[in-house]
Design a protein around this ligand. Structure first.
Ligand code: PMP
Length: 396
C-alpha cells in the first residue's frame, strides 16, 4: 500500500538548523529560526509565565475537557487585548473568540469555516507571505491568489497592493498581516490601513487579519491599529490571534480565532458553526497555554510583569535593527540596508540576494533563508561587527 509514497524534501528551515549545528566555525550566526532569542541566544520562559504556571500547578483541580471554544476565561482576556478594553466591537457583543492550537490552528479553523460556509470564495495573500498560509488555505480547498507586497528594490509595494486589492472579486477573502509582516517586516502606515479599509468596504471583501506578533512591533495597542480600524468600521472580519510569541509559549499551542459579525445574533450563529469546525479538527484545544494567559491577564501584578518583559523583547529587537544599520556605516552600506531599521517584528527582508546568502553561509557561517529573510533576534552586539564585515564582503 505504501510503496508508491514518495519522500518530500525537508523544510528549508529545518535543513538550515541541521547545517548550522554541524558548522564548526566559532563565529557562526543563526539568523534562520522563527523564535525570539535573548542576548545569550536562548528562548527563555518569561518570568510571568513561570509564576502563572506555579499557581496553576498548585490550584488545578481537574483535567477535564474545556469545550470546543476553549476556556471562557481565556477569551475574556484575549478579546480586550486584541480590540482594546473599551472597544465598541466588544460593547456591541459582535466578536467571539474560539481558543485554538496556536495561531496556526486558528488559521486552519478560519480556512475550514470559509470553505464550508462561504464556498467558492477565493483567498488573497501577500506575495511573499508566511509559507504556511499557502499550505493551510490550499489544504482546505480554497483557491489561493497573491497580491504584490514588495517591489524589486526591496520596498513595500503599496501601489501594487492597492491596485491588486481593487481588482479582487467581490466577496473574496483578503489576508492581511496585522503587524510585523512575516517574512518582510514591512508594515502598513495608518494612512495605508485607511486605504485598505476603504477598498475592502467598496469591494465588499472579507478581511482575515493574521495577528501573530501583537506587542512585538511598536506596542500592544499600537500593533492592533489595523485590526481595530477594520473591526470597528466593517460589519464582518476574521482575526487569528497567537500568544506564541508575545507570551513566549510557542510549544503550548495557544491562539484563537476571532469572528466579528454585524450583530450579536449573527455572531451566535457563526459561533455555532465554528464549534463544529473545531470539533471536526481536534475536538477541544489544549488547555495549558490558555490557562497561563488567563492567569497572567486576570492578575494586575502578573500583567505588569509580563508587559515589562514583552517591552524588553520588543526594545531589544528594535535597538538591534538600528544598530545593525549603524554597524554597516563604516562600509558605506547603511543606506542600502536602512530598511532593516524601519521594518518591524522578528523578521527582515534584508535585500540580500540568494547568491549573497549562499556566500554568507559558505564563507562566514552566517545562516538565513535564501530569500534574504533574517531573524533580527539572532543579531547581537557581539556578532554585529562580524555580520557587517561579512555583508560588506559579499557586496564587493
Ligand atoms: N502567522 C504568522 C504570520 C506567523 O509567522 C506564525 C508563526 N510563525 C503564525 C501565524 C503561527 O503561529 P503559532 O506558532 O501560534 O501557530
Amino acid at each position: 500500500m505504501f510503496e508508491h509514497i514518495e519522500r518530500v524534501p525537508g523544510d528549508a528551515i529545518l535543513g538550515l538548523i541541521e547545517a548550522f549545528k554541524k558548522d564548526t566555525n566559532p563565529q557562526k550566526v543563526d539568523l534562520g529560526v522563527g523564535v525570539y532569542r535573548d542576548t545569550q541566544g536562548n528562548t527563555p520562559v518569561m518570568r510571568a509565565v513561570k509564576e502563572a504556571e506555579a499557581r496553576l500547578l498548585k490550584n488545578e483541580t481537574t483535567k477535564t475537557y474545556i469545550g470546543s471554544h476553549g476556556a471562557p476565561s481565556y477569551g475574556e482576556v484575549v478579546l480586550p487585548m486584541v480590540f482594546g478594553a473599551e472597544s465598541p466591537v466588544l460593547k456591541a457583543n459582535r466578536a467571539s473568540a474560539t481558543q485554538s492550537p496556536g495561531g496556526t490552528g486558528a488559521l486552519r479553523l478560519a480556512a475550514d469555516f470559509i470553505s464550508t460556509q462561504l464556498p467558492g470564495k477565493g483567498i488573497w495573500v501577500s506575495d511573499p507571505t508566511w509559507p504556511n498560509h499557502h499550505g493551510i488555505f490550499t489544504a482546505a480547498g480554497i483557491e489561493l491568489h497573491k497580491y504584490p507586497y514588495v517591489d524589486p528594490d526591496n520596498r513595500l509595494d503599496f501601489d501594487g497592493m492597492r491596485a491588486a486589492l481593487k481588482s479582487i472579486p467581490e466577496g473574496d477573502v483578503v489576508v492581511l498581516h496585522a503587524c510585523c509582516h512575516n517574512p518582510t517586516g514591512f508594515d502598513l502606515s495608518h494612512a495605508q490601513w485607511q486605504e485598505v479599509l476603504e477598498i475592502v468596504r467598496e469591494r465588499k471583501l472579507l478581511p482575515l487579519i493574521d495577528f501573530a506578533y501583537q506587542g512585538f512591533g511598536e506596542g500592544l495597542d499600537e500593533d492592533a491599529y489595523g485590526v481595530r480600524l477594520l473591526a470597528e468600521n466593517l460589519d464582518e472580519a476574521i482575526i487569528t490571534s497567537s500568544c506564541s510569541k508575545n507570551f513566549g509559549i510557542y510549544c503550548e499551542r495557544t491562539g484563537c480565532l476571532i469572528m466579528v459579525a454585524k450583530d450579536s445574533e449573527q455572531m451566535d450563529n457563526i459561533r455555532s458553526q465554528v464549534a463544529i469546525v473545531a470539533r471536526e479538527n481536534y475536538s477541544n484545544p489544549p488547555a495549558h497555554g490558555g490557562a497561563i494567559v488567563s492567569e497572567i491577564l486576570h492578575d494586575p501584578e502578573l500583567t505588569a510583569l509580563w508587559r515589562e518583559e514583552l517591552t524588553e523583547m520588543r526594545d531589544r529587537i528594535n535597538t538591534l535593527r538600528r544598530d545593525f544599520v549603524e554597524a554597516l556605516k563604516p562600509y558605506g552600506l547603511d543606506e542600502k540596508y536602512a530598511c532593516v531599521a524601519e521594518q518591524r517584528g522578528m523578521f527582515s527582508y534584508t535585500g540580500l540576494t540568494p547568491e549573497q546568502v549562499d556566500r554568507l553561509r559558505d564563507e562566514f557561517g552566517i545562516y538565513m533563508v535564501r530569500s534574504g529573510r533574517a531573524n533580527v533576534a539572532g543579531f547581537s552586539h557581539e556578532n554585529l561587527p562580524y555580520l557587517a564585515k561579512a555583508i560588506a564582503a559579499v557586496n564587493d
